[in-house]
Design a protein around this ligand. Structure first.
Ligand code: NAD
Ligand code: IPM
Ligand code: MN
Length: 365
């Protein structure tokens, strides 16, 4: 198939991990006979430096017409002055809003080979398979802001329509999994959460085959650490989802491992690792590219419908996590390129094995 993929490497380790993910997509294209056209555009701090804007019009136009967008990370100390008139993060938020990608899927699995890195005891880490569905284009992130010398406000606003569409997506996804949805809110305090909860309850009636439970976000923060394998699909608002998924990354062993897919109503989507620009390690070639590479797998699955190819990448990453090489954040010494090359080699192996199996079954020699 033919696809146009816009890349937004951004800042810090963003370009390092995005380059690795693009290399993986190129290998997949060659192996499985697809034609992917890549177009690189600016976002974040590097875009502010070049154009004065965190999301230049040319970047947004390219993203709007792409089949999928692969993003690295934005931000860094250079642009973090609280009084700065523009910030890299505004570019990312504007992009999510403009593309209408309201459902942010953040899958979490814990690889047995990395269980020792988690602060939790090994027995708690068995059978963890959670899909966080984070609302991505509403809530406190996008409400009105005010600021005086003495006070500041961030309005948190949700409409029923905004809640319904992301919650429906969560229930649909649960039907392809273990049919269990946990909705996380703060309905004992927040009005937006009470609207969230009653909307979830109403939508749940359309999915009698899916079990629903509600959980308050503060206790959820604890339960994620004490009983992580109880959860299947976890749906929550923008800010709670941001915080809970970084917490969840600690279970996996490193923030550098987790991918995400941000989806709207159409096929196009925005794909990015959940980590940031990691200024503390940027420019040294040591960032873990796995979160970005697994985001590329999600891109193939959700935007291009290439399930076999997505699985090829995921199996390759699984092998590399099992046997190494490992980057420093997960206890190894390998650099970004070494991990990338190991994943590329494993993809070639995977494709060779699949071809051998196919030929064996058909006796085509
Ligand atoms: P961060 O995610 O950049 O880093 C947190 C810690 O995780 C650091 O110690 C870092 O070295 C480590 N880490 C992150 N990614 C890694 C990787 N791939 N390999 C190995 N280690 C990795 O969070 P932060 O330091 O709080 O934020 C830095 C900047 O990134 C801020 O400007 C923030 O706004 C931005 N940010 C951007 C995104 C995004 O673009 N999607 C996401 C989160 C944070
Ligand atoms: C994330 C990041 C972003 C968010 C920031 C950089 C705007 O933390 O993607 O998780 O808060 O959504
Ligand atoms: Mn975050």
């Amino acid at each position: 198939m033919k696809a146009r993929i816009v890349t937004l490497p951004g800042d810090g380790v963003g370009p390092e991990v995005t380059a690795a993910a693009v290399a993986v997509l190129k290998t997949v294209a060659a192996r499985y006979e697809h034609v992917f056209a890549f177009e690189e555009q600016l976002i974040g701090g590097i875009a502010i430096d070049a154009t004065g804007e965190p999301l230049p019009a040319a970047s947004l136009a390219a993203c709007r017409s792409a089949d999928a967008v692969l993003l690295g990370a934005v931000g860094g100390p250079k642009w973090s002055d609280p009084n700065a008139p523009v910030r890299p993060e505004q570019g990312l938020l504007a992009l999510r809003a403009a593309l209408g990608v309201y459902a942010n899927l953040r899958p979490l699995q814990v690889h047995p080979a990395l269980a020792n890195l988690s602060p939790l005891k090994n027995e708690k880490l068995k059978n963890i398979d959670v899909l966080f569905v984070r609302e991505l284009t509403g809530g406190a992130y996008f409400g009105a802001k005010t600021r005086t010398d003495e006070a500041a406000t961030d309005e948190c606003r949700y409409t029923v329509a905004e809640i319904e569409r992301v919650v429906r997506r969560a229930f649909e996804l649960a039907r392809g999994r273990r049919r269990h949805v946990t909705s996380v809110d703060k309905a004992n305090v927040l009005e937006t959460s009470r609207l969230w909860r009653s909307t979830v309850q109403r939508i749940a009636a359309e999915y009698p085959d899916v079990k629903l439970e509600h959980q308050l976000v503060d206790s959820m923060a604890m339960l994620l650490l004490t009983q992580p394998n109880r959860y299947d699909v976890v749906v929550t608002e923008n800010l709670f989802g941001d915080i809970l998924t970084d917490e969840a990354a600690a279970l996996a062993g490193s923030l550098g491992l987790l991918p995400s897919a941000s989806l709207g109503d159409g096929k196009a989507g925005l794909y990015e690792p959940i980590h940031g620009s990691a200024p503390d390690i940027a420019g040294r070639g040591v960032a873990n590219p796995v979160g970005a590479i697994l985001s590329a797998a999600l891109l193939l699955r959700h935007s291009l419908g290439l399930e076999t190819e997505a699985v090829a990448i995921e199996s390759a990453v699984e092998q590399v996590l099992r046997h190494g090489p490992h980057s420093r954040d997960i206890g190894g010494h390998a650099g970004t390129d070494e991990v990338r090359d190991a994943v590329l080699a494993a993809i070639e192996d995977h494709a060779d094995n699949a071809a051998a199996f196919f030929c064996g079954a058909r006796a085509c020699g």
